[in-house]
Ligand binder design. Sequence first.
Ligand code: PLP
Length: 387
Amino acid sequence: MAKPASRVAKIPPYLFARIDKKKEEARKKGLDLIDFSIGDPDIPTPEFIVKRMQEAVADPKNHRYPSYEGMFAYRKAVADWYGQRFSVEVDPKDEVVALIGSKEGIAHFPFAYLDEGDIALIPSPGYPVYKVMTLLAGGVPYIMPLLEENGFLPRFDTIPEEVLKKAKFMFINYPNNPTGAHANDAFYEEAVALAKKYDFVLCHDAAYSEVTYDGFRARSILEFDKEKRYSIEFHSLSKTYCMTGWRIGFAAGNREAVQNLGKLKTNIDSGAFDAVQWAAIEALTSNQESVAAMRTVFQKRRDIMVDGLASIGIQVPRPLATFYIWAHVPKGYTSAAFAEKLIEEKGIVVTPGSGFGDEGEGYFRISITTGEDRIREAVERMRGMEL
Ligand SMILES: *Cc1c(COP(=O)(O)O)cnc(C)c1O
């Protein structure tokens, strides 16, 4: 058997493999597991979107190869959504590209911008794809630590000048997975100013822009870079419309960045299924009542979880966005050791923070993609635990 490419060896070991094994063992022992480790809404896709898909899938016009950049009607729906949601103008002709889920675009972007040895600015803890795909593309990740004392925002003034000069792009992600943090206007302004000064592409992963609570409205990076000179934004229908399995998202912003990503895609995939795009158009152009309903469900769960944890002496911030709660592990444990203990002793599954990068050590992530009763039950199981 031939040896795989050395780049495959660069992929860090799957950090959750041990957790998966512990889960399996616990299940075999007959433990009733409550799983807070999944970043995937448990709410079904809204009925009207499913209906539109059923119609579209029956239409032979949608059975042929899609266009790699997405149907014009889809890109137009995206542009209209941007206009309504953020008062930002994007040209559906060449400033929007359809993605097979935003992960696809995020994963391919480094290949469009990095030559061997080029630097990419990557947050940690963070969505693992930014760093892994930078490495696979031959780039050098410069890690920007997201520290609690800075509200989980990177401190740009700590990045050395020579790193900034060599950087091809920076990834930022707010509202943030895994910390649940959000960014303020000053942060976005600073990020755009930095991209301008050092001439790198500013990539904003906005997967959670619509998963917000207490009336909080997340911003688009394009609101701060109105001429779209430096920025590209990655969006997903996965979390907004509970469509993770459908694989549909988009990137919008700087024309060159969008086109370079698209050029790469022409040689990799053949676009998203047209029927899925029709369903996505239905979602984007709807009255957004389903989004409000989704927010109501998660906001209530957030409160039950945060208040429940407080009642057993675990203080965690109440996030204004995302379905994640980012909590400290008790003293004396690593993230992984605490996560294993929770599975073995309580049948509760959380994600160890170290799975999101070294800077996530000392934390664990709770994903509230499980019903209210299960959240209450988990809190009861944890009550009396020595923490
Ligand atoms: C879920 C998620 C995505 C990707 O979602 P897709 O289903 O690929 O559209 C991207 N970034 C972050 C931070 C996420 O949590």
